[in-house]
Design a protein around this ligand. Sequence first.
Ligand code: ADP
Ligand code: MG
Length: 677
Amino acid sequence: MIRLDSDIRYLKGVGERRAALLSKLGVKTVGGLLRFYPRAYEDWSRIVSIDEAPVGENCCIKAVVGRKPEANLIRKGMTIYKTEVTDGKSIMQITIFNSRYTADKLREGEEYLFFGKVSYNLWGREMSSPAVERAQGGDRIRPIYHCTEGLNSNIIEKLVKTALEDTAGSFSECLPLYLREKYGLCGIKEAIRQIHLPHSSEALDAARKRLIFEELLTLRIGLSLLRSGTRGRSGVTLKNDYTGEFLQILPFRATGAQVRAINEAARDMERDEPMNRLIQGDVGSGKTAVAAALVYSAAKNGVQSALMAPTEILASQHFRTLRKLFENTGITCSLLTGSTKAAEKRRIKENVKNGETDLLIGTHAVIEKDVEFSNLGLAVTDEQHRFGVLQRGLLAKKGQNPHTLVMSATPIPRTLALMIYGDLDISVLDEMPPGRTPTETYLITGDKRERAYGYIKKHLDRGLQGYIVCPLVEEGETELAAAQEYRETLASGHFAGYSVGLLHGRLKSSQKEEVMAGFVRGDVQLLVSTTVIEVGVDVPNAVIMLIENAERFGLSQLHQLRGRIGRGSEKSTCILVSDAQNAEAQQRLRRMSSTTDGFKIAEEDLKLRGPGDFFGSRQHGLPELKIADMLTDTKLLAMAGKAAEEILLKDPGLRSDENKGLRAEVAALFRKGGVGN
Ligand code: ADP
Ligand code: MG
């Protein structure tokens, strides 16, 4: 007997080979296959006549084949088959490229459905490479699945059909009846069937609504449960606000936006509920100073702070900056990372525990089990999108409902922010510190590379520094070899006599540290790097950056990279090298030259790449969503949010019988989704 949790290879028609292919698509069980929703649909149920067929858009035409398709060898390895079909009123040409299989299917005098794009030319209407089905039973909405080599969408559709027949009815309902009634949602069995093999577009909409709702509700409840530990009263209401005093010792004048953000956060920290605030600001907008002001105020009020950064480089940069800033203030900082020596670690932890350290800066190391604070009042997470939801929670759990601040250079739409952070306040740094000259960006082709090198050299000769970024082609050994070779070529060729450093992902943290420190000191003039410099690093003397194979990066990533320069008063230049021919890549790269506004770039990125990628689970540590799209399904998102609140209010632990199904679903989503990785 086939069950939902049966291994997929036991499904009729699967076997070892297909099981391996399905597993590539993430499908391991029969139930998994049924939860592998189509990525799109083709509507073969709306049949148009040849005359009405819209030119250049997919449509479905029912027509009789006039004669057996004729083969024409146009060149070696390329055969085209041509025939004519009619719907009784008009005639259309059918052209089939290289598919003998499709051509042989077509029999004279028989009726078929042709799905594809119609074009209009001298000879009338024509459809090239249509998908073909027999007319009987073919007029329906057909699912299109993500496929992989050796496993096309049609095969998957057949397997899904088998799975539906064999397991009919064994899905158990996870949404309680009252919820389904209240929000007008169809049952799970119906939804699963209709999402794959919809009877009508209405049935498909209903199925989508139900499944999206279920997914968003599960996610929302899961996140609420994760957070619930940090809710409640804060044990650390700050009596006095010392941020004004801090602004006096800051070596520069804070921008209006910084002052605003500091004030907003300072007001939060005077209350007896924990602050939950996001600081959003483009790269270089000065988020660190905002955090520093709050840390200062916390310390003067006698409570400790923690600052967690995603990489060791970034953590130690924060450490250097803040230690210097807090010099002569009596505020003590420590740095704890994976590469801190054991004895040192023990000493630091001791000081954090007994309250001697006011500010602990570090990587994930600060959320390790044995790190205890005497009185943690403020937990700051930098570049938050690099952390999982769980990790941020863990940091907060080191104190008694401490105030939390997260800082991000990646703009997030409000709906998504709400989903990730729950009730959260946002401060935006929409003003750059003065004295910056916007970075100029140029797009060049590979044949101009040498001239670009010459341009870089001129800068190095003036005592300035630069980066050359080469993207990861492959991870692992090859990456390493490629990066090393590239550096060697430069160091012994164009940049002979200059000091050229190398930073790549395979270095141990302490080694990265060393390289970076050399660059900060100015010992290294030109730093060749894979993308490990991406976040947060601040070296104002570095004013030039050349990015190889720029088309391999997303826009936002390029923006982050470019944000490493343009940090001083010297004019900075970013050179994008790309030989990519395709129009999309060209457009993307040109966009980089025309704006330096990170929020605009993020928007563009979203449009070009689609939200799935941009807000993929990787970025936020959220479980991957199968069907919902947090940017477009905003209505359902709001509904699910409301439902989640209602449910948790009545049954905070989801203990009741009617919520049992939901509880299991939440557990499953978060087990699979890798929250916190
Ligand atoms: P990000 O928002 O990207 O984290 P940082 O906090 O690293 O930006 O700040 C970038 C640079 O700008 C740092 O060198 C910092 O010292 C400087 N900076 C921050 N605020 C100001 C300001 N108000 N005036 C001048 N320089 C500032
Ligand atoms: Mg920063």
